[in-house]
Design a protein around this ligand. Structure first.
Ligand code: GLV
Ligand code: MN
Ligand code: MN
Length: 392
């Protein structure tokens, strides 16, 4: 099947009434996407497994000697997310196997769907790959909650998994020789060709690194009181601190030269006619330089709690050049400001590469995220060539 038809099969799952998709981890929509994966894997005669961290694996030739070439990405989304972030990598992997027809690899090949990549529900990005590699303690993970107070453990149990078995999986890690994630471009960061994004150049690129990325929580406390009776001078209103914090985040990001965002806030109790008792803001900060990201948070001068940190992650140069020559030579190189499971596997020492498919809209984590069919086909062809070359 071609990649566009595969993606179209997902187009009714988790649709948001105002556009895009809500496919948060361990929800009904996520389960439907995972069922779609399992049925396509079985239809191709692949051996399907769910690992103890909820990641899905579909193995081709699993008993061949040697470690595996794994192609993977994710199927969950941010709220009102786009159609390509994640699913493009999975659909392209199936399409690449279809393009290879009866080719028998000399080593195992697997397609992996990493669970809860976006962290949109419980706050921790790349949860499935972090658990697999031991980058997060299972006890810490099991205690995370969503906005309704449901723990990850409970959400996974409801999805039929056994959260008591979460944790680093050395046996599975040993089977992974190389990892490739194909992903839609998510902005227009400058490439090695000296232009902004892939728009004016090649439809495909290779990622060189993932920028360091932290998520911090700031809790602001006030005194809940009546909006109609409390004199302005008598108020302890955390909403004012929240407003100042949001502007400071932007100002400091500009001064220090990083990207920083307040994309989620919670106001308690959230009544029109009450001064809030508390406000919480989440800061997402990233940039090319680790020390500047940390310096920016320090400069904001607020008490904050670090909820997750992913260091700067360079991809393996040797594997990237092998992949580039397999798929026909020079591809523009670009950094990724977005986090990926590929980064978590690279940090665990697995030779990893990312093929990026151009996105003319330059928009991601939003319904406008886009890639042309023809560019997606080129991505599939690159993956198929890579699989043939690396497993011949
Ligand atoms: C995930 O896509 C992230 O970069 O936040
Ligand atoms: Mn993604
Ligand atoms: Mn994403």
């Amino acid at each position: 099947m071609n990649v566009t038809s595969l993606l179209n099969e997902l187009s009714d799952i988790g649709t948001n009434p105002s556009g895009g998709y809500n496919r948060l981890a361990w929800t009904h929509a996520d389960a439907s996407c995972r069922e779609w994966f399992v049925s396509h894997a079985r239809a191709r005669g692949l051996d399907v497994e769910t690992d103890r961290n909820g990641n899905l694996w579909a193995w081709l030739n699993p008993s061949a000697p040697g470690d595996a070439l794994v192609i993977g990405s994710h199927l969950d989304s941010v709220p009102r997310g786009g159609a390509f972030d994640g699913p493009l990598g999975i659909a392209s992997a199936f399409a690449a196997l279809d393009a290879l027809q009866d080719f028998v690899p000399s080593r195992p090949v697997a397609i992996a769907v990493f669970a809860d990549e976006e962290g949109a529900r419980f706050g921790l990005a790349c949860a499935g790959s972090r658990l697999l590699t031991g980058a997060i303690e299972p006890d810490v993970f099991r205690a995370l909650t969503d906005s309704d107070g449901v723990t990850t453990a409970e959400a996974m149990r409801r999805a039929g998994l056994a959260p008591e078995h979460l944790g680093r999986d050395d046996e599975l890690l040993k089977r992974i020789g190389h990892f490739i994630e194909l992903h839609v471009e998510q902005g227009h960061l400058p490439t090695s060709a000296g232009v902004d994004g892939l728009t004016t150049g090649s439809p495909l690129g290779l990622a060189t690194e993932i920028w360091p990325h932290g998520r911090w929580r700031v809790d602001l406390v006030g005194q809940q009181n009546h909006a109609g009776t409390t004199r302005l001078g008598d108020r302890h209103d955390p909403m004012l601190d929240l407003g100042r914090l949001i502007v400071d985040v932007r100002d400091v990001a500009e001064e220090v030269g990083i990207l920083a965002t307040v994309g989620k806030v919670r106001v308690t109790p959230g009544a029109v006619n009450a001064i809030p008792s508390a406000a919480t803001a989440w800061i997402d900060a990233r940039g090319s330089d680790e020390s500047r990201v940390r310096a920016a948070i320090a400069r904001m001068g607020r008490d904050s709690t670090l909820e997750s940190w992913t260091p700067s992650t360079p991809f393996d140069d040797r594997f990237a050049s092998e992949l580039a020559s397999a798929v026909g030579g020079e591809l523009p190189l670009l950094p990724s400001g977005a986090g990926h499971d590929a980064g978590i596997l690279a940090l665990a020492g697995i030779p990893t590469a990312m093929i990026i498919v151009r996105n003319p809209s330059g928009i991601s984590h939003a319904p406008e995220e886009f890639a042309e069919d023809a560019d997606c086909e080129l991505g599939v062809a690159a993956l198929a060539t890579a699989i043939r070359h690396l497993t011949a």
